[in-house]
Design a protein around this ligand. Structure first.
Ligand code: PHE
Length: 358
């Protein structure tokens, strides 16, 4: 293999094992020799409609880990879109790149990806995700690439709507845990201050919360913190910070056997996809007395923005109503979890299964 390509790590399951054990419908796999990138499009379920989900660009330790991520993320999309009541199934695309490309290299990679996307003829609809944005969707310029920039006639970035949805979810969580949804004086940690986390931090400050921010990019954390008169905390061990509510807004799998016993918060409610390393971690949070907002319930604002405005023809007012309903859905999930004595993640799974009729 030449330098810059991604090798499959030996102790990880390979493509064969991942594909054999996956419960999804279709996985498209391409190796893009010109860039050394792998393209994965996973269609987890088309039961409720064509599959939809963002296109994530990321450097992975191995190609197989990129495929595994696309598979897990696409399953979460099935649940997210079913619970949000959207007529779409779940999918996800991952561009597993050797380095995040810029300029002409990025443009060419995205155009080759657009060919793969178009070849699915509407079985998969996409939009931005980690490390991709509305300008990338402009470049892809496919009828199946949602959330283009406003300049190109799209609805613009979905990050602000996602943050608004998370804020509604945070209020519902705080009401459930503390009896009132007032955020003033509450100490909230936002882990990851990119598009969604950065906007969420602003909204929280406006609502009177005492906000702490962290980011793997320390300069970005400092910049956001000083702009908001918030406090920056170091990214290592950020989730161990003493606070009322922790909002993971960056990578997934942050809640596991090792991290959960170290949490010092009452609520975990953030925008990151796939926050639980395994489903068992939902039970761990419950036993630790921590209220967990299932990620695919609280972070559906981006999907509501893209699909609602572009495909379903909603007005901005309708979108606002649907974003606020995220809080009501979460409250229903919390109530069900309490009544059944189960983890909130389990209650969300059951709600999704009921919507999917499975
Ligand atoms: N990528 C976002 C998510 O994970 C938003 C998105 C959803 C984009 C559906 C396109 C389609 O929810």
């Amino acid at each position: 293999m030449s330098a810059g390509t991604i090798e499959t790590a030996r102790d990880q399951p390979g493509f064969d094992e991942l594909l054999r054990e996956w419960d999804g419908e279709q996985a498209e796999i391409r190796y893009d020799a010109a860039s050394g990138a792998w393209m994965f499009i996973c269609l987890h379920s088309t039961r409720l409609g064509p599959a939809a989900g963002g296109t994530r660009m990321r450097v992975y330790p191995s190609a197989a880990e990129g495929l595994a991520d696309a598979m897990r993320l696409s399953a979460a999309m099935t649940r997210k879109l079913a619970i949000a009541g959207l007529p779409f199934g779940g999918g996800k695309a991952v561009l597993a790149v050797p380095v995040i490309p810029r300029g002409e290299k990025r443009r060419r990679l995205l155009l080759r990806y657009a060919e793969l996307l178009d070849s699915l003829r509407g079985r998969f609809w996409t939009g931005p995700d980690m490390n991709t944005n509305e300008c990338d969707m402009d470049l892809i310029s496919s009828p199946y690439a949602l959330i283009r920039s406003e300049d190109r006639g799209g609805p613009g970035s979905s990050a602000p709507a996602t943050a608004v949805g998370v804020l509604h979810g945070i209020r519902a969580s705080v009401r459930h845990e503390f009896g009132s949804d007032r955020l003033d004086g509450l100490v909230v940690l936002v882990q990851g201050v990119g598009g969604v986390g950065g906007r969420l931090a602003e909204l929280l400050v406006e609502a009177g919360a005492r906000v702490l921010v962290s980011d793997v990019d320390a300069a970005r954390a400092r910049r956001v913190a000083s702009g908001l008169s918030a406090r920056a905390v170091a990214p290592d061990g950020a989730l161990r910070t003493d606070c009322d509510l922790a909002a993971p807004c960056a990578i997934g799998s942050v809640l596991d056997e090792r991290s959960i016993p170290q949490l010092r918060c009452r609520i975990v409610a953030g925008s990151a996809n796939n926050q639980l390393a395994t489903l068992a971690d939902g039970g761990r949070l419950r036993r630790a007395g921590i209220l967990y907002a299932p990620d695919y319930v609280i972070n559906s604002g981006g999907a509501l923005h893209g699909i609602g405005l572009e495909v379903l023809g909603w007005t901005r007012d309708e979108l606002d109503r649907r974003l606020s309903a995220i809080g009501e859905t979460l409250t229903a999930v919390y109530r069900e979890a309490d009544e059944q004595g189960i983890a909130t993640s389990e209650a969300a799974e059951r709600l999704a299964a009921a919507r999917l009729g499975s």
